[in-house]
Each structure stands twice: as C-alpha cells, then as structure tokens.
Design a protein around this ligand. Structure first.
Ligand code: ZN
Length: 324
C-alpha cells in the first residue's frame, strides 16, 4: 500500500510551510493516472504471456499438427513400399509374362507417364510443410496412374492366355490314326517316288497305311469345310481350324461328318479307304498352314511319347514308296 503523499507549500508572507490539500479535480486526475498505469501494465503482461505461452486451444492445434505430420511421414514410407512392389510387378510383367506370350512390351513413357509439372500442386505450396505434402501427393498420383496401366496390362495378358488356350485346342496336335491301328508302313512328307509314275515327286502330306474302315480322328477343333469327292484324293474331308490352320484327309471309304459340322479334336470324322489315286488302303493326311503345306510329323506332339514320336519320325522319313 502506497503511503499517502502529503504536499506543503512555503508561504512568504507567514514565513512558514503550509499544508496544501489537493482539490477534487486533482484527486480524480491522480486516480485516473493510477488506473491508466495499471491497465497499460496489465496489457503488456497479457500480450507478453500470450507471446511466450500457447493458449490451451493453440496447444491442442499444435499437438494435432504434430500428429498429422508423423502420420504423413508414415504414409510417405508406405507409399514408397507400394511403389517398390509395383516396380517389381512391372519388371515381371515386362521380362517374364510379355516375353512368354510374345506380346509387345509397354513403353516406359506410358508406364511412367508424367503427372505434369509442379503447377498441379500449387495449392499445396502455401502449407508450412508443403514439400512433404507435395511429394506424398505426387507419389500417390504416380502410384494410381501406374496401377491403372499395370492392371490393363495384366488384363491384356489374361486375354492373350485365353486366346492361346483356345488356339492350342484348334491347332492340329495328334495323329489322325491311332497307333494300334497302324500297319507298319507309313510314308512321309517331302520328295518321294511317285507310286504310279515311278519318278521323284513332292508328297504334300503323310500316308498312314491301315485297314479299310479304320477310324480317322480329326486332329484339332474346327469346322468341316469340305466333305466329298476331289480329283486324286477320292473321298476327302477338309477341316478349317482357324488361326491359319487347315487339315485334309484323303482316300476315305466313308464319311462320318458333313460340311458345316463343328468337330472336336479326337472326334471320328471318317473311315480309311482306297478311293481316288491310291495304291492300297491308307489315309493321306495334310497340314496346311497359311495356304502352304507343312510336314504333318511336326503336329503329333500331344499324343505321342518321346519314343513313339521318334519311331513315327523314322517311319515318316523312310524314302520308300508313298501310297499317294
Ligand atoms: Zn499320300
């Protein structure tokens, strides 16, 4: 408590000090002055404290901000891991699956296609931790884009795989006559002695010697495009397998299918005979690929063991007479 000030004034007339009592106006002024000092001091203290210490609300915000930043850091790490997994997948796709299926590779520019410059992230620049937020957002964008490309690529490969499966069912892949029904003579594709004119001549198929009436199997899925008489071939069946493949079966005694029939590999389509230009009961079998004759011996891989295949090749390679 401040001591109350007492004022005196020297009176020249009485040569003595006389006590002065302040007027009401002076007293009010003093009170106001004291109050003003208190208010100013209080304000200085208040703002000083504000500057030095957070308000409870600010403290909560600061804490939340810190938590968010650590979550962002975590997210950034997880994104990097996801990108690594994706990169691994892309490499497998490129080096393994696409190589196996012999499909065209996806150019790097498409896989890693750009997301544009930094302008895209301009609205994030004003944040106090903008670099972390921008790099995380950019990584997220890249991941999304690349995942899209990758999923398309895998879908394409699945379709390719399905096509290959369908194709493998259609391509000729078995012998048209069961091994147990074969006589010992069979003659192969290439230059052979003509059975009638006795001169070297190109033999466009393979001959399987068998009894009249022996079952003839179609060698791949397809459609009967011809079943009738053809000069030289006698009773003859032609199957369209698609994918550029066609097979021909000649000298039949009987048809077991008709034009337009859908046939499945292994199905009986006719019986061995001796019709047309033929020197004995046998099946003349041709494989035509994109309009050109091919060696049928290359198309028995599905139902022969390696030993049987070797034996068949030896038989086919013998330069004996063909039966035409
Ligand atoms: Zn022949």
């Amino acid at each position: 408590m401040m001591a109350r000030k007492v004022y005196y004034i020297y009176n020249k007339d009485s040569l003595s000090y006389e006590r002065v009592f302040p007027s009401l106006k002076d007293r009010i002024f003093i009170i106001i002055r004291h109050l003003a000092t208190g208010v100013v001091f209080g304000l200085i203290t208040f703002f000083g404290m504000m500057y030095l210490f957070d308000s409870p609300h600010e403290a909560i915000l600061r804490k939340e901000n810190k938590l968010l930043m650590s979550q962002y850091d975590m997210l950034s790490i997880q994104l990097k891991e996801a990108m690594d997994v994706l990169t691994d997948l892309q490499q497998r796709d490129e080096n393994l699956y696409r190589a196996i299926f012999q499909t065209e590779s996806i150019p790097e520019s498409v896989r890693k296609s750009g997301i544009g410059g930094t302008d895209r992230y301009k609205h994030l620049m004003e944040l106090s931790n903008s670099s972390l937020v921008i790099s995380t957002t950019r990584r997220m964008d890249m991941l999304r884009k690349q995942l899209y490309v990758q999923s398309n690529s895998l879908e394409e490969l699945i379709n390719t795989g399905k096509n290959l499966e369908e194709r493998s069912k259609c391509i000729p892949a078995i012998q048209p006559i069961a091994n147990k029904n074969l006589n010992h003579t069979a003659s192969g594709y290439g230059m052979r002695i003509d059975p009638i004119y006795r001169v070297p001549r190109f033999h466009s198929g393979m001959d399987f010697s068998a009894k009249v009436g022996t079952d003839i199997y179609v060698t791949g899925n397809g459609t009967v495009s011809f079943a009738g008489w053809r000069q030289g071939y006698g009773n003859c069946i032609i199957i369209e397998h698609g994918y550029g493949y066609r097979t021909l079966y000649g000298h039949l005694s009987r048809f077991r299918c008709k034009r337009g029939d859908r046939v499945i590999r292994g199905q009986v389509i006719g019986e061995v005979g001796n019709t047309g230009k033929s020197t004995g009961p046998h099946l003349h079998y041709e494989v035509i690929v994109s309009g050109k004759y091919d060696n049928p011996a290359k198309y028995y891989f599905m139902d022969l063991s390696p030993e049987e295949y070797d034996r068949m090749l030896q038989l086919a390679e013998n330069h004996g007479q063909v039966m035409d």
